[in-house]
Design a protein around this ligand. Structure first.
Ligand code: GLU
Length: 421
């Protein structure tokens, strides 16, 4: 999987401009959304196992909070630079708005390669990052969560460090926590579950047969893995999966449950019995019904978009398609379901976790998944209708999703008196 280039924030700003041209958006709203409210850059000194200090760089970008406290994950990645974090924070603003959550958008990043850190180093880095950003986060201010290379274990360290700093235990400051620390049932599965729900609803709307539909998935982490399982459960056929180390394909279908067990035992899906190898580039270009990028950003670019032979591209990752690639896919008749809708199941379950923390009263997994279903089904419907019923004729789902989000953000800005009407 190739690295992202710079200019990510500009790309999101362009998406907003494109959507704004399809609606009557107050220019003041555009001005207020143009730059993030705050980006904090921190240096995190960490005592490494060899006794020497190494300084890591980290960011927390708070894009906009007109709809509620800032919300968004923290990623640990060698490319999680300021520009990328800013873009991802803005995506969170639009994601929360499009599914109707009472949150603004934020994102955090620590420039590091966690696979090269020992567990102790990772813990010290995690705690150091929270000490560095503690002043700007809190259950009513900014609520971080997991993202790429961060998980419930890190949230456990985060919660503990924050409790020590504040002298009070406040589980609602982070979501995606271990269950024992106030995590929510269903949070781990939520993003993948949401991906399936959006595909199911879109299939109904567009009359697209899902029985035996061939699914290719790039990425087999939390998102790709559960998306594969839920899609398999509703009768789709998982024909290819790749992770960072390699990939597997079988036109007759791969059982994602045994694939996950194999991956856990072997560190990769590579070599799974009964399959043939496939590279990430080959997967993106393979003939299938639904291609699901569920890994890093900027995977479909102007160089490879014309090779896509899938009928749909469903963006489970954040920002997997560049604007040039988006245009090529559109011209080639590929339906693209945008990230801010497709992967919103994760932050929606985070919202449920936060609500449960605020009440100190916990729900069953069935309850969480039922509520998640309602959010995702409603969000798809609103976006679909906006795409079909636009005065200028049908508009792409991505443009429609931004139109819906911008309408809500504009309404909140007016209601709070941020803009003069
Ligand atoms: N990192 C996830 C996302 O990009 C989840 C964020 C959250 O739960 O706050 O949507």
């Amino acid at each position: 999987m190739t690295a992202k280039s710079n200019g990510h924030y500009e790309v999101v700003a362009e998406l907003v401009e494109a959507a704004a041209s399809y609606m009557d958006l107050d220019p003041q709203v555009r001005t207020l959304l143009k730059e993030p409210i705050r980006t904090l850059t921190v240096s995190i000194p960490v005592k490494m196992d060899n006794g020497r200090v190494r300084v890591f760089q980290g960011f927390r970008c708070q894009h906009n909070d007109v709809l509620g406290p800032f919300k968004g994950g923290i990623r640990f990645h060698p490319e999680a630079d300021e520009d990328e974090v800013k873009a991802l924070a803005a995506l969170m603003t639009y994601k929360c708005a499009v599914v109707g959550l009472p949150y603004g958008g934020a994102k955090g990043g620590v420039l590091c390669d966690p696979s090269k850190l020992s567990k102790g180093e990772l813990e010290r880095l995690s705690r150091g990052f929270i000490r560095a950003i503690a002043g700007i986060i809190g259950p009513d201010k900014d609520i971080p969560a997991p993202d790429i290379n961060t998980n419930a274990q890190l949230m456990g360290w985060f919660v503990d460090e924050f409790a020590k700093i504040k002298g009070a235990y406040q589980p609602g400051v982070f979501t995606g926590k271990p269950l024992i620390l106030g995590g929510s049932q269903g949070r781990i599965e939520a993003t993948g579950h949401g991906v399936m729900l959006v595909i199911r609803e879109a299939a109904k709307a567009f009359n697209f047969p899902l029985k035996n539909a061939r699914i290719a998935i790039q990425g087999f982490g939390n998102v790709g893995n559960y998306a594969a399982k839920y899609l398999h459960d509703i009768g789709c056929r998982i024909v290819a999966v790749v992770d960072v180390f390699g990939g597997v394909q079988n036109p007759n279908g791969i059982d994602p449950y045994t694939l996950k067990e194999y991956e856990q035992a072997n560190g990769s899906v590579k070599g799974f019995p009964g399959t043939k190898p496939i590279s990430s580039d080959e997967l993106l270009a393979m003939e299938c019904d639904i291609l699901i990028p569920a890994a890093l950003g900027n995977q479909l670019t102007k160089e490879n978009a014309a090779d896509v032979r899938s009928k749909w591209v469903v963006e489970a990752a954040n920002g997997p398609t560049t604007p040039e690639a988006d245009k090529i896919l559109q011209d080639n008749g590929v339906l693209v379901i945008p990230d801010i809708l497709t992967n919103a199941g994760g932050v929606s379950a985070s919202y449920f976790e936060w609500v449960q923390n605020n009440y100190s009263y916990y729900w069953s997994k069935t309850e969480v998944l039922e509520r998640l279903e309602k959010i995702m089904v409603d969000a798809f419907k609103v976006v679909y209708e906006a795409s079909q019923n636009h005065a200028s004729g049908a508009i792409p789902l991505r443009v429609a999703a931004y139109v819906v989000a911008l309408q809500r953000l504009a309404a909140a800005m007016e209601a709070r008196g941020w803009v003069l009407v």
